[in-house]
Design a protein around this ligand. Structure first.
Ligand SMILES: NC(=O)c1ccc[n+]([C@@H]2O[C@H](COP(=O)([O-])OP(=O)(O)OC[C@H]3O[C@@H](n4cnc5c(N)ncnc54)[C@H](OP(=O)(O)O)[C@@H]3O)[C@@H](O)[C@H]2O)c1
Length: 205
């Protein structure tokens, strides 16, 4: 699969490494432009290349946005129409400023901006160093570290769940974009080092 990544920081770079290791092609971008990504793409190897944001979007069957949450309005909505867009962002007021959620999930605001995109919330509940280290393809899915996902498009969620599986984690579908409130910072499942089986048990409680 071809994957475009917007954001080359902790999460964007960690995912790029995991995706190329799993055999996917990656175009990675950031706010400073492709020249700033020389060292990262050299480390990522031949399956990865540096791109502008527009090029990464055009390249990706799936596009990951891993930029500070408060910048989501900078994402180019027209270019992302029709794309499966994974939003990994978490809202931290001290970093992002005050944003009125109006009772909506953080991902719903992103989806309202990205009209026509197939938005899936994922990868936001795991610290990037755990993401780098804890995937384990040898384990059955239920015994792997869980990565939660949510969205309103079932086919898009299946594509993202498959990617999560390819990089050694276990996907667990929380429900709709609105339901992704349950996987936001300070929720009981946020940043918890638990397996899929443990997560099922915790959610049942
Ligand atoms: N860190 C974690 O463990 C973790 C875990 C889960 C979720 N998250 C969430 O994921 C998001 C990214 O976190 P991070 O830790 O990876 O951040 P980070 O290390 O600060 O990296 C942010 C990246 O976004 C790029 N960027 C910033 N503004 C942009 C814009 N307007 N357009 C395009 N690219 C832009 C930056 O570009 P430059 O490189 O050019 O500055 C940088 O590459 C945040 O919302 C965070 O809360 C983080």
């Amino acid at each position: 699969m071809s994957i475009g990544i917007i954001g080359s920081g902790n999460i964007g770079a960690a995912l790029a490494h995991l995706f190329v290791k799993a055999g996917h092609a990656v175009a990675i971008s950031n706010s400073r432009g492709p020249a700033s990504l020389h060292d990262l793409v050299a480390a990522l190897g031949p399956l990865a290349h540096a791109a502008s944001i527009e090029e990464a979007i055009a390249f990706g069957d799936v596009v990951i946005e891993a930029i500070p949450y408060g910048r989501y309005r900078d994402l180019p909505a027209a270019a992302l129409t029709g794309k499966v867009v994974v939003t990994a962002g978490n809202y931290y007021p001290q970093r992002d400023g005050v944003i009125d959620m109006g009772g909506r999930a953080q991902s719903e605001l992103v989806a309202e901006h990205l009209v026509g995109a197939r938005v899936v919330k994922a990868f936001n509940t795991i610290w990037y160093q755990h993401l780098q280290e804890q995937g384990d393809l040898t384990k059955p899915i239920n015994e792997r570290r869980v990565i939660f996902l949510a969205g309103d498009d079932s086919a898009a969620k299946q594509i993202v769940a498959d990617l999560i599986t390819h990089i050694g984690f276990g996907p667990l579908d929380i429900g709709s974009l609105h339901d992704s409130i349950a996987q936001e910072p300070d929720s009981p499942i946020y940043n918890k080092d638990i397996t899929v089986a443990q997560a099922h048990a915790q959610l049942a409680r």
